[in-house]
Design a protein around this ligand. Structure first.
Ligand code: AMP
Ligand code: ZN
Ligand code: FE
Ligand code: FE
Length: 281
């Protein structure tokens, strides 16, 4: 079973990278992609936790935003982490998330919710990419909401008055630099409309021109119609279809291996990468 998109507590998941590998192995995953938001900080721990039976695909989920403000996530797999331009993009995004969080907090304070940056930092492991799920956890700890789901539904969603964006490259720039760093670039859950506005079918052409390799079609946030539309785009541009869980530990309902990528498709993608190797224990 091949699951190319998962998160740990190096971003907004709840398992350590070691726990992720252990759980994936126990659940019959044979190839696991580690794709924390905007960071490669979990790569070494995941590699050191590997045991025979599971291969590790090192990656990251790069936050991007179109010029008209639509959030897009690009999975970069097997890129060279020492590529200076890509590393700088990831650093800029992580740094910008801190001021952005302060602005969200001050909006919440203005609306009467008593929450501080220290409350949010208390939910974050050392060096992790800061995100709204940590704020959600802080709101849960303060008993303002019951769980992450309620925090997002009531206060933190993209159309909320408390929402603030953060610096991100455009999807074209993210794809370009992932490719330059020898990685493969897959657009994650492109039509997951529960999260906010999504890109149009017409927006795919420039992404393909920038080097897009594939589309994550099988994802729990895609409806049957979303998947059908994705398949048409995959056929139009000869892209590769993937599926993955987007596992976040206890931070989301998503279960390891609930959606997967076919071995044939993974073979095609892996053969295109020149950044770092798949680690086979
Ligand atoms: P951010 O990167 O700070 O903009 O936060 C986005 C993250 O929040 C993504 O990783 C999503 O997986 C997560 N997220 C979005 N909606 C929800 C939700 N309803 N429940 C839990 N996590 C969510
Ligand atoms: Zn996440
Ligand atoms: Fe995502
Ligand atoms: Fe994700």
């Amino acid at each position: 079973m091949i699951d190319l998109h998962t998160h740990t507590n190096i971003s907004d998941g709840t398992d350590t990278p070691r726990e992720l590998i252990n759980k994936a192995l126990a659940q019959g995953i044979t190839t696991i992609g580690l794709t924390d938001h905007d960071t490669v900080g979990g790569w070494d721990e995941a590699a050191s936790a590997l045991r025979s039976g599971i291969d590790l695909v090192r990656g990251a989920e790069v936050s991007a935003q179109t010029t008209d403000g639509i959030s897009v996530h690009i999975l970069g797999l097997l890129f060279d982490p020492h590529n200076a331009e890509l590393a700088q993009i990831l650093t800029n995004t992580r740094d910008n998330r801190i001021g952005r969080m302060e602005r969200i907090i001050s909006k919440l304070n203005g609306a009467g919710y008593e929450i501080t940056m220290a409350d949010v930092q208390a939910q974050l492991s050392e060096g992790a990419t800061l995100g709204r799920p940590h704020l959600a956890d802080a709101l849960v700890a303060k008993k303002i909401v019951k769980n992450r789901e309620e925090a997002f539904n009531e206060l933190l969603h993209n159309n909320s008055p408390h929402y603030v964006g953060h610096y991100s490259p455009t999807p074209e720039v993210a794809i370009h630099h992932i490719k330059r760093a020898g990685g493969v670039a897959i657009i994650a859950h492109p039509f997951a409309s529960l999260r906010g506005r999504t890109i149009s079918v017409e927006s795919f052409e420039p992404l393909v021109a920038a080097g897009l390799d594939g589309i994550e079609i099988e994802h729990r946030d895609h409806s049957t119609a979303d998947r059908q539309l994705c398949r048409e785009i995959v056929n139009t541009f000869a892209l590769i279809e993937t599926g993955s869980s987007d596992y976040h530990g206890t931070g989301k309902l998503n279960l390891l291996g609930e959606s997967t990528t076919s071995p044939a498709n993974w073979e095609i993608l892996a053969a295109r990468a020149t950044g770092v190797e798949v680690i086979r224990a």
